[in-house]
Design a protein around this ligand. Structure first.
Ligand SMILES: Cc1cc2nc3c(=O)[nH]c(=O)nc-3n(C[C@H](O)[C@H](O)[C@H](O)COP(=O)(O)OP(=O)(O)OC[C@H]3O[C@@H](n4cnc5c(N)ncnc54)[C@H](O)[C@@H]3O)c2cc1C
Length: 396
């Protein structure tokens, strides 16, 4: 069987790539290891650089139905409960032409899927794990775990942080554990103390941990993400496993009472052992001939700038632009253009994410300097114009 393009993985990156490439006129076959679209996950924040893309794809109304539009981002010192920095997100929306939103990952996945699942020329293959790809002058051949093969003009690898396909193509091993784990939980808003029932994004910075919380699902649930230093962990690196409430309570034991109170209300945490790769060093990590790499498969990053899913959607918008402009010159030319337009921006996001992690968890003089800098320049430091004002925007 032959088609224009194959996509490995139907996470945020794969579904967004299918949407973008079908809008650019490509025929696409998507292969997903799981038997159906994933509904697990927790909250994600999306900056204006991402909501601008969703709007261009005509998804603003669908986004309005499920997202929360926070008005402020507040940075707090977890030890004494003081506000150390604030930024008004409503003015960000005016400046960047698109809002910041908080959304449940499953809602984001579903709204992308609704926009593409019946698009002409898009085929879905569930329960099909791809294993390897070979390239020849005239196309690619992919092989599945079940021993099937497919031929196409090109391939987009979007199979996530543990990407089997990346290892096959780039041969650079597995991502490296960062020494941090993330605990995530959802609390019904009705169970949350009144003072915490705000529609805003809050970041509490403690010694060796930070906690982020914001509402999702139209404000019905409070999403909590608690990131802890945990070097040399022997925890299972799998996705979304059940964590221990005691880890969370111990981490915040020396924090202000408001924080301890809310963390104490959570009975079920899911944990992720965080891993990443060094910031990209060249476009070769996103395009190798007729094979493109996007999302976490290409550039897994620490979640401290809240841009992993955002970068996956920017990748999709860049694939769309590259296919529209360069498809006549061939798949390799299109992927080469996409990778060159992306890698330096993504590398900057990866670097900044690593730096934020160090700053968020600091102690002593560094903590003091952080709080002083946020009090003095918070609205500037917490509102990165290069990030929110940049990135690709597909033609509507
Ligand atoms: C604690 C935490 C908080 C986060 N917060 C944010 C945030 O606020 N904002 C933000 O933008 N991002 C955030 N992220 C990052 C974001 O969740 C990821 O970057 C994003 O989901 C990656 O999408 P993806 O499609 O590349 O990978 P995935 O979501 O992992 O999807 C990969 C897909 O490929 C499939 N697959 C795997 N192997 C194969 C195979 N061999 N063949 C076929 N299919 C395969 C998988 O089943 C899966 O469906 C956060 C991450 C964490 C851990």
């Amino acid at each position: 069987m032959s088609s224009d393009l194959l996509i490995a993985g139907a996470g945020i990156a794969g579904v967004a790539a299918a949407l973008a490439l079908s809008r650019a006129g490509a025929r696409v076959d998507v292969f997903e290891r799981a038997p159906q679209l994933a509904t697990e996950g927790a909250g994600v924040q999306l900056g204006p650089n991402v909501t601008r893309i969703l709007r261009a794809w005509g998804l603003q109304e669908a986004l309005n139905a499920v997202a929360v539009f926070p008005e402020q981002l507040c940075a707090m010192d977890a030890r004494d409960g003081r506000v150390v920095g604030q930024v008004d997100l409503t003015t960000a929306a005016l400046r960047y032409g698109a809002p910041c939103v908080c959304i449940h990952r499953a809602d984001l996945q579903a709204l992308l899927w609704q926009a593409v699942h019946e698009a002409p020329g898009v085929q879905w293959h569930w329960g099909q794990a791809l294993q390897s790809v070979s390239q020849a002058a005239e196309g690619v051949t992919v092989h599945s775990d079940a021993g099937q093969t497919w031929d196409a003009d090109g391939l987009v690898i979007a199979d996530g942080i543990g990407s089997q396909m990346r290892r096959h193509v780039l041969g650079d091993g597995a991502p490296t554990p960062t020494g941090h784990i993330a605990l995530r939980a959802l609390l019904p808003m009705a169970d949350v103390p009144l003072a915490w029932r705000s529609g805003d994004v809050w970041v509490w910075m403690g010694v060796d941990f930070h906690l982020v919380h914001y509402p999702v699902r139209g404000g019905q649930w409070l999403n909590l993400v608690l990131v802890l230093n945990r070097p040399h962990t022997d925890l299972d690196p799998g996705w979304s496993l059940t964590g221990d409430a005691d880890w969370a309570q111990r981490a915040v034991a020396r924090s202000c009472s408001a924080l301890r109170d809310v963390v104490g209300r959570v009975t079920e945490w899911r944990y992720w052992v965080l891993a990443d790769r060094a910031p990209m060093a060249s476009a070769l990590e996103m395009a190798v001939g007729r094979v493109a790499l996007v999302g976490d498969a290409a550039h897994p990053m620490r979640p401290y700038l809240a841009q992993g899913a955002g970068m996956a959607m920017e990748d999709a918008a860049a694939l769309q632009a590259a296919w529209l402009t360069h498809a006549n010159s061939g798949v390799a030319a299109a992927w080469h253009a996409m990778a060159h337009s992306r890698w330096q921006r993504v590398a900057r996001v990866q670097q900044q994410s690593r730096r934020n992690g160090r700053i968020f968890h600091s102690a002593g003089l560094v903590r003091w300097g952080r709080n002083w800098a946020l009090q003095t320049w918070g609205s500037h430091l917490m509102d990165p114009a290069w990030l929110y004002g940049g990135g690709p925007v597909p033609k509507p």
